[in-house]
Design a protein around this ligand. Structure first.
Ligand code: ADP
Ligand code: ZN
Ligand code: ZN
Length: 696
């Protein structure tokens, strides 16, 4: 069995229990462990993928085994392919299979006894039968209207249909090029063949829209969503429908990559480049990468789609002759549906503006004028600033006091609406002090600008304009986001201010101008992926403008920058992802960075930096010999860029190797060292390995 035991419990491998009858692998059981009763899964005798890491030990005859408490046998067993995926993920991401398997099951399952689960399944089946009798679903025929594919879509669809050997396809389509329509057609093909389709999206926010589109297209099919925003009982029901083979199409966020699907026939990963596909705690898996693995295990085609593919996927899709890995097929949709043009780029050189002007207005005069024109014409604009709150810091005009967080090495952000100072790292919040805590001066001023302040300033600078804001703060109340989006779609908003929340996916029809107010920070970040992320984000933002051919001709994207000559903006001007990718890949190759090398991060949290770094140093020394043998490079421990969060000091160490298998070999051997190594001083709180980390 594998059971729900965390990484640090030391229960790494499978456990043995007694059962009076033979149980098939994949059966769910309740078993005793110590004084607790846990959910477990009957695992395979040998790992399905033949890995030796989790050898099944022969139970010593003298040992008294404890008995299984009960078997949840109303449920079909979790399929072999599912167990294989979980085993692979556990090994690859350096976790135990039990921890990973139980983490990706719906939490509600843990609470149910065999009897309650049986009752639940009976209820679910009754409801299915009723809805089938009422003709709600599973009624054949009923086909929704669908658009005739464009020439480019037809080409892509033909290519996909012609070569059905299970493989990975990277669909590179510019924003609004009808990529989703290709997904719909491919899903239709899978469903018509009696298979299930799995569609992954990066964010919960994007599921309702897309779900509506799939439901509309497949009125005779059962479409379910799977994400962490569902009520626990609903999530369990949707998961059960997937496992029972009753759900035809499962639409979900990264955790849905583990949905058990007995009839799986297609996997789609929408916006495959999106960082949200990487889990950032526990087992730090990449759902995008696991989708590819799952496709291979289950022999089903995988479709990765993006306007700005990750450089890893792009490299995999480039033919070997072009210096790529030639692993994926690449198809592209270059033009927008309906002939909508991509917006023209207007770069404002901020270094040429007089200082007074910079102070007076967050937007340069020509940009402000352009906004005014749109408003006069009844068109909409979107102003993008990736920083929420009113101002990133408050400062005393007398003594220079700043609103630092007492628990983190970070500023607390000023939120004007509730007059609070809030730390975006640890959540620590207080009311804004009436006077400077250090010198008593009553004049404390906001420094810098977030979306809240931008909204306020724009309302002042554009009298009469209807300015609205969408960010994590305005979207906090449930339903608030939908309402705000509705207002935009209904034309009740002239200027929409927002963070990256508004950059993704939304099909705004009337926006003809988008502006990035302060996009420079990423140009000089210490994270080598920052330019890639920023380019993707800006191209996504640009993609929100001119989606309606009627207004597209004059669509513009404005960028305010102190570095107008930067190659990133040059590539953006031409909407040239390929050129940008190629220059980035050249840099990565020269620097020996992914996709030309493979990385893992070892992170340690402790009471002090010295303890965190000391522990990293110790395990580094203990692994040095093996690392050398496998040509793995262990870098020196360093503090994280935000070094202290919630009174915890954080440090990390980079592990690098040209060969992925060698890196894997090193990590699995090193794990024993990590688990055994007690810090010299007390105060090490936790550590974690992040394989293929996204943020360095
Ligand atoms: P993307 O996923 O690339 O943003 P969508 O598939 O959402 O693009 O298409 C953008 C818009 O064009 C949508 O409103 C969609 O309904 C419409 N559309 C897509 N394909 C076609 C087509 N072949 N004919 C007409 N309209 C289409
Ligand atoms: Zn002061
Ligand atoms: Zn804090």
């Amino acid at each position: 069995m594998v059971v729900d035991a965390p990484q640090h419990s030391g229960l790494e491998s499978t456990l043995d229990y007694l059962s009076e009858r033979s149980l098939a692998p994949g059966s769910l059981v309740r078993v005793p462990l110590g004084r607790r009763e846990l959910l477990g899964i009957v695992w395979d005798r040998a790992e399905p993928s033949g890995r030796d890491l989790w050898r099944v030990r022969d139970a010593p005859a003298t040992m008294t085994l404890r008995a299984v408490i009960e078997v949840l046998d109303a449920l079909p067993v979790l399929p072999t392919a599912w167990r294989e995926l979980v085993s692979f993920a556990a090994t690859y991401y350096q976790r135990s299979p039990g921890e990973l398997a139980l983490a990706v099951l719906p939490p509600e399952l843990r609470k149910l006894s065999a009897a309650t689960l049986t009752r639940r399944l009976v209820r679910l089946r009754t409801r299915l039968a009723q809805s089938a009798a009422a003709g709600a679903v599973h009624e054949p025929a009923a086909r929704a209207a669908r658009p005739e594919p464009s020439a480019e879509q037809a080409l892509a669809l033909a290519a996909l249909a012609a070569d059905t050997s299970a493989a990975v396809t990277l669909l590179h389509g510019s924003t609004g090029s009808g990529m989703t329509e290709v997904f719909l057609r491919e899903a239709e093909r899978a469903l018509d063949a009696g298979r299930q389709a799995l569609v992954l999206v990066p964010e919960i926010n994007l599921t309702p829209q897309l779900e509506a589109r799939f439901i509309e297209r497949f009125p005779a099919r059962r479409v379910v969503s799977l994400h962490s925003g569902l009520a626990p009982a609903q999530r369990l029901n949707h998961w059960l429908l997937a496992l029972l083979g009753e759900a035809d199409l499962v639409l979900g966020t990264r955790l849905a990559v583990f949905a058990p699907l007995p009839r799986l026939g297609l996997i789609v990963v929408d916006e495959e480049h999106d960082p949200s596909y990487k889990q950032q705690e526990g087992a730090r898996y990449s759902a995008r990468d696991l989708a590819v693995v799952r496709g291979r295990i289950e022999q089903v085609p995988v479709l990765l789609g993006s306007a700005t593919p990750s450089l890893e996927s792009w490299h995999n899709a480039l033919p070997a002759a072009a210096g790529g890995a030639g692993r994926y097929r690449r198809l592209s949709l270059a033009s927008r549906i309906g002939g909508g043009a991509l917006p023209t780029l207007k770069v404002v050189d901020m270094s040429r503006l007089p200082r007074e002007q910079l102070r007076a207005s967050p937007l340069a005069p020509p940009l402000l004028a352009a906004l005014g024109q749109r408003i006069a014409r009844g068109e909409q604009s979107l102003v993008f600033l990736n920083r929420r709150g009113y101002a990133p810091v408050l400062q005393c005009t007398e003594c220079g006091w700043q609103s630092g967080c007492p628990h983190c090495s970070a500023w607390r952000v000023f939120h004007k609406l509730d007059r609070s100072l809030r730390c975006h790292h640890c959540g620590f919040a207080e009311r804004v002090p009436r006077a400077c805590p250090d010198c008593g001066n009553a004049d404390i001023q906001p420094v810098g600008r977030g979306t809240e302040r931008l909204e306020e300033q724009l309302a002042e600078l554009l009298p009469g304009a209807r300015v609205a804001r969408i960010d994590a703060d305005t979207a906090r109340r449930s339903g608030a986001l939908e309402l705000a989006l509705q207002r935009v779609h209904a034309g009740e908003v002239d200027v929409l201010v927002g963070t990256q929340m508004i950059a993704k996916g939304h099909d705004f029809r009337r926006i003809t101008l988008v502006a990035a107010v302060n996009p420079d920070a990423a140009l000089f970040s210490s994270d080598f992926r920052a330019p890639e992320r920023q380019f993707a984000l800006l191209l996504q933002v640009a993609g929100r403008a001119g989606r309606d051919a009627e207004h597209a001709a004059g669509a513009e994207m404005w960028v305010q920058t102190w570095h107008p000559q930067h190659p990133l903006y040059a590539a953006l001007r031409r909407h040239d992802y390929a050129a940008f990718a190629s220059s980035q890949l050249d840099e990565r190759r020269a620097a020996g960075l992914p996709p030309y090398a493979h990385l893992a991060l070892l992170r340690a949290d402790a009471r002090t930096q010295a303890v965190a770094q000391g522990w990293l140093q110790a395990v580094s020394e203990a692994g040095a010999e093996l690392a050398q043998r496998l040509q793995v490079t262990l870098y020196s421990p360093v503090p994280l860029s935000v070094q202290r969060v919630a009174d915890v000091e954080r440090a990390q160490m980079l592990v690098e190797c040209v060969s992925r298998p060698a890196l894997q070999r090193f990590l699995s051997a090193w794990r024993e060292v990590l688990q055994g190594k007690r810090p010299e001083q007390k105060g090490l709180l936790r550590w974690a390995v992040d394989v293929d980390p996204l943020a360095i």
